[in-house]
Design a protein around this ligand. Structure first.
Ligand code: RIB
Length: 296
């Protein structure tokens, strides 16, 4: 089974800071790096590193060829990535001494998708394939409608949550992967159990993964729920922890693994990712994840 991920590619400008900056404050940083990221590309990389055949779609500007090189390096099919004039998406990320981050996002080429482009990419996929989406590209409502009409299974990570998602017909989503804040934004609730119950009521046929930060993750399907605690580690950068979890979770579903095993593998992968700086490059290969699980 193939996964098509139409998603963002961002050049992450990561600054190490003492604390997340306050309004009006000037703060000297302790260092900076430019990493490859974007929720879309991070999730494609996690899928590829977990052994799934993944095709990435989306747009980059003249400064984005590094994403094509990275796709070659890590085994993501890049033939549907379209270079256009203009700037690749980028972020300004602050990572504080506790590994917490804050992210400022400039959409750039990620927001230049057209109906023609979407139709062209989707024409290469069928109802046997999975479409993965996040909310850092434009055209989401159209992409969802067209993919659903083709019978594709659609997985959505509604992140970052904003009004664009309100235009989407979320009843067409088969798999939701979201954190408790996004779950709150979808349902209007705050308690994780209530969020899950409400989402199951709203989308009764969907599989739902709700990540809860230090409290782990809960999976719900057909009224059954499974809880997965986190693996405690010394984090240096939590960027892409959620993307790693998402990619690994979907990879487990594609491989037909049992839910408790998928949850364990995803939690372990993300616990490894947070011990390394950056996004794309912090995501571990499946071999490393399985060895770490065996070593427990
Ligand atoms: O989820 C982490 C990602 O969010 C970063 O790589 C950054 O590009 C933002 O899109």
């Amino acid at each position: 089974m193939r996964v098509l991920n139409i998603g963002s590619m961002n050049l992450d400008h990561v600054y190490n800071v003492d604390h997340i900056i306050q309004p009006g404050e000037t703060q000297a940083t302790n260092g900076m790096n430019i990493f490859l990221g974007g929720k879309g590309m991070n999730q494609s990389m996690a899928l590829a590193k977990a052994g799934v055949e993944v095709y990435h779609g989306g747009m980059i500007g003249g400064d984005g060829h590094v994403f094509l090189d990275a796709c070659d390096e890590y085994g993501v099919h890049s033939n549907y990535i379209k270079p256009i004039e203009g700037k690749t998406g980028h972020t300004i990320i602050q990572v504080d001494k506790n590994a917490q981050n804050s992210i400022l996002l400039y959409g750039g080429a990620n927001l230049m998708l057209t109906k023609e482009y979407v139709d062209d990419v989707l024409s290469n996929f069928t109802s046997d394939d999975i479409l993965l989406l996040q909310n850092e590209v434009n055209m989401l409502p159209y992409i969802i409608d067209q993919a659903y009409a083709k019978g594709m299974t659609i997985a959505l990570n509604p992140s970052p949550f904003n009004d664009a998602l309100k235009e989407c017909d979320l009843t067409k989503i088969s798999i939701f992967l979201l954190n408790e804040i996004e779950g709150g934004q979808v349902t209007g609730l705050t308690d994780p159990e209530e969020i899950l119950a409400k989402m199951q009521e709203m989308y009764p046929k969907a599989k739902i993964v709700l990540t809860l930060g230090k409290d782990g993750a809960i999976y719900a399907e057909d009224g059954k729920t499974y809880h997965q605690p986190i693996y405690k580690v010394q984090a240096v950068d939590t960027t892409a922890a959620g993307d790693t979890f998402t990619g690994y979770f979907l990879a487990g579903l594609v491989d037909g693994m049992e839910i408790p095993d998928i949850l364990k593998m995803s939690a372990k992968a993300s616990s490894i990712a947070v011990t390394r700086p950056g996004a794309v490059q912090s995501i571990p290969y499946k071999k490393e994840v399985l060895e770490a699980l065996d070593a427990e």
